[in-house]
Design a protein around this ligand. Structure first.
Ligand SMILES: Nc1ncnc2c1ncn2[C@@H]1O[C@H](COP(=O)(O)OP(=O)(O)OP(=O)(O)O)[C@@H](O)[C@H]1O
Ligand SMILES: [Mg+2]
Length: 353
């Protein structure tokens, strides 16, 4: 679960009170694993600021951000990058134009640190097949353009590629990383208890307890990891085709991330805004497919109210740094664009009263 707790953020570039902009005003939000949330709101209402705080580009003035039990409010951007995939409005941003499609994918694969599968028989050739397989699911002809420079591709193709690279979780944690995440998940509350303990003796006892617990959780996580790795290596050994090897890899990877519940969260900031309507629709459908098949927790900012209603299972609306609407399920699917416009007018009247 991703939790935003009483987050506020104010900008003031000049130091003049008149230039103060309240981007977020005491926002609290709980987003369940696998939930697909669409976000709407006028220009400057705080949508991108929220994403920047979630991904660690900005620190909130007040409030906290939790990933499961882990307090990530102050975790450096590069350290939490493995938990998030981001796609922005500009198709030029997510990919390197002078590199080929394949090189871009290899780069993102390498960035997410997983030399282990290579060591364990997952060769470069198989990796290439894996990318091809992912790309062909798009039906954009990308799988035939593996060696084409990305700079020559259309905005839509480029955005689709960025989306795929952001969504696909190719990192395989090393044993150490896996164990660390598992321990963080289970010991977060004990750690904050220690932090808050006032009495010295109490603190010492809790620290002793923590030491015991760490050992305990380390053993559990190590056992799980070694078992899954054994299964993976056996499958790789028995596999007759590249496809079977790829399946084994995906299964191993998924089992680790499911166990630690640290599946990637997808942050989409108007990622189809620069595309023509037809391509935009295609990329949105693709987004939906990727999100659904991978059960990805997703936040999608859009200015298109119809898209915000059509896609996702929850819709939230911002107005001048406030959350003014939060609907899901049937209530969401029954929404009409006119309802959203009314809500917007209502907020405008109330706040400017
Ligand atoms: N880095 C920054 N420095 C100064 N002010 C900022 C910064 N980022 C955002 N703001 C201000 O904070 C407010 C919220 O901006 P934000 O970018 O979050 O809005 P948004 O909802 O994403 O808008 P849009 O739909 O135009 O993208 C605005 O008043 C904006 O000017
Ligand atoms: Mg924005």
């Amino acid at each position: 679960m991703l939790e935003i707790k009483n987050v506020s953020k104010t900008f003031n570039l000049t130091g003049n009170a008149a230039d103060t902009r309240v981007a977020l005003d005491n926002i609290s939000l709980k987003i369940e694993d696998g939930e697909f949330v669409t976000i709407i709101g006028g220009n400057g209402s705080g949508k991108s600021t929220l994403m920047n705080i979630i991904s660690g580009v900005l620190l909130p003035d007040e409030g906290k951000v939790f990933l499961g039990n882990m307090d990530i409010t102050k975790l450096k951007e590069h350290k939490r990058a493995k938990f998030f995939g981001r796609v922005f409005q500009d198709p030029m941003m997510g990919t390197a134009g002078d590199m080929s499609c394949l090189e871009n994918m290899e780069l993102s694969f390498r960035k997410s640190k997983h030399r282990s599968p290579f060591k364990w028989g997952f060769s470069k050739g198989i990796l290439r097949e894996y990318f091809k397989r992912q790309l062909s699911e798009f039906h954009l002809g990308l799988e035939d353009s593996l060696n084409q420079k990305v700079g020559l591709m259309s905005g839509g193709q480029r955005q689709a590629l960025t989306l795929l690279m952001s969504a696909s979780d190719t990192r395989i944690d090393t044993l150490n990383e896996f164990v660390a995440t598992y321990c963080d998940n289970h010991l977060g509350s004990l750690r904050s208890e220690i932090e808050q303990a006032k009495d010295k003796k109490e603190k010492r006892n809790l620290n002793l307890k923590l030491k015991d617990e760490i050992k305990n959780y380390k053993d559990i996580a190590t056992k799980f990891y070694e078992e899954r790795k054994k299964v993976y290596l056996e499958k790789m050994e028995q596999a007759k085709t590249d496809d079977e090897k790829i399946d084994a890899y995906i299964e191993f990877n998924n089992s680790l991330h499911d166990y630690n519940q640290d599946r990637r969260i997808l942050l989409l900031d108007e990622h189809t805004a620069a595309l023509d309507p037809k391509t935009s629709k295609k990329v949105l459908e693709l987004t939906d497919k990727i999100v659904r098949t991978n059960h990805l927790t997703t936040l999608m900012i859009t200015h298109n109210m119809k898209d915000a209603i059509t896609y996702g299972d929850r819709l939230i609306m911002f107005y001048q740094g406030h959350l003014i609407l939060d609907v899901r399920g049937e209530e969401k699917s029954k929404l009409k664009v006119s309802d959203l416009l009314n809500k917007f007018d209502e907020a405008e009247k109330m706040m400017n009263y």
